[in-house]
Design a protein around this ligand. Structure first.
Ligand SMILES: Nc1ncnc2c1ncn2[C@@H]1O[C@H](COP(=O)(O)OP(=O)(O)OP(=O)(O)O)[C@@H](O)[C@H]1O
Ligand SMILES: [Mg+2]
Length: 229
């Protein structure tokens, strides 16, 4: 469904992505792992249309999306959960969902239902200001918000970053409950999380994909994965 083929991308004169190719098939949960500064976020930004690659191609459901502006890419069914975990903190959780429901013409009841389906506890927080949520709850709100309007592919940047071990478990539960229902391309540095959930992993180093791992035993071998980086 998503094919990235031989893309390069730069910030000004600084080339950050070098000849990146990857594939996400329908229903797959694919991970990108790599150290800080490897170019993981830059790759997601390039797919979502916030940075235009200088060469290569990106197709989604057989159509080229590389020339489209970010908002058109979002409306074509690709949603991006940013690394910064930013919510509208002065607004309530319900209002945060309303903002996401409007552009995709979904009723607020349906939008809430979507988030409740992955995290029933959210019902208790609907009238609280989003700024009062814990880091993990905020991350779940952002993932739930991205699901409104039935996207086909989610791009999620470091969902467990900065979270305590117990909270990482909540994120794991949410992501595994979504597995197979929506395709996902997830950036993640926690290789235990990767091993538990991935159908495929791309190991990224210095702007290049250095290895593609599809073998389950290899994915669960953190030491072997680390060695690629
Ligand atoms: N807006 C920008 N302008 C210029 N250079 C940038 C910009 N954003 C990122 N970079 C540089 O591009 C490289 C890749 O950054 P990127 O944020 O994609 O890495 P990352 O793998 O997501 O890292 P992290 O794990 O820390 O989030 C880094 O060298 C970074 O300094
Ligand atoms: Mg990043």
């Amino acid at each position: 469904m998503l094919s990235v083929t031989n893309i390069d991308a730069s910030y000004g004169h600084a080339k950050v992505l070098h000849d990146i190719s990857l594939e996400v098939n329908s229903g797959e949960m694919v991970f990108i792992a790599g150290r800080n500064g490897a170019g993981k976020t830059t790759l997601l930004k390039s797919i979502a249309g916030f940075l235009k690659p200088s060469t290569g191609s990106i197709t989604f459901d057989g159509k080229s999306i590389m020339e489209l502006p970010a908002e058109k890419i979002a409306l074509s069914g690709i949603r991006y959960v940013f690394q910064d975990k930013r919510v509208f903190s002065q607004l309530t959780v319900k209002e945060n969902l309303e903002i996401a429901a409007y552009p995709v013409k979904v009723s607020i009841a349906d939008a809430i239902g979507r988030v409740v389906s992955i995290y029933p506890k959210i019902e208790k927080f609907l009238n609280l200001r989003a700024g009062t949520l814990s880091g993990g709850q905020r991350q779940i709100l952002l993932i739930g918000r991205a699901l409104i309007g039935d996207p086909k592919l989610l791009l999620i940047d470091e969902p467990t970053e900065g979270l305590a071990a117990g909270t990482i478990n909540d994120i794991l539960n949410v992501l595994s409950s979504m597995k197979g229902k929506v395709s996902m391309l997830i950036v993640e540095q926690n290789l235990s999380v990767v091993g538990m959930l991935a159908d495929k992993v791309y190991m990224m180093k210095e702007g290049k994909i250095v290895q593609e791992v599809t073998d389950k035993a290899q994915m669960n071998n953190k030491i072997q994965l680390e060695q690629c980086l």
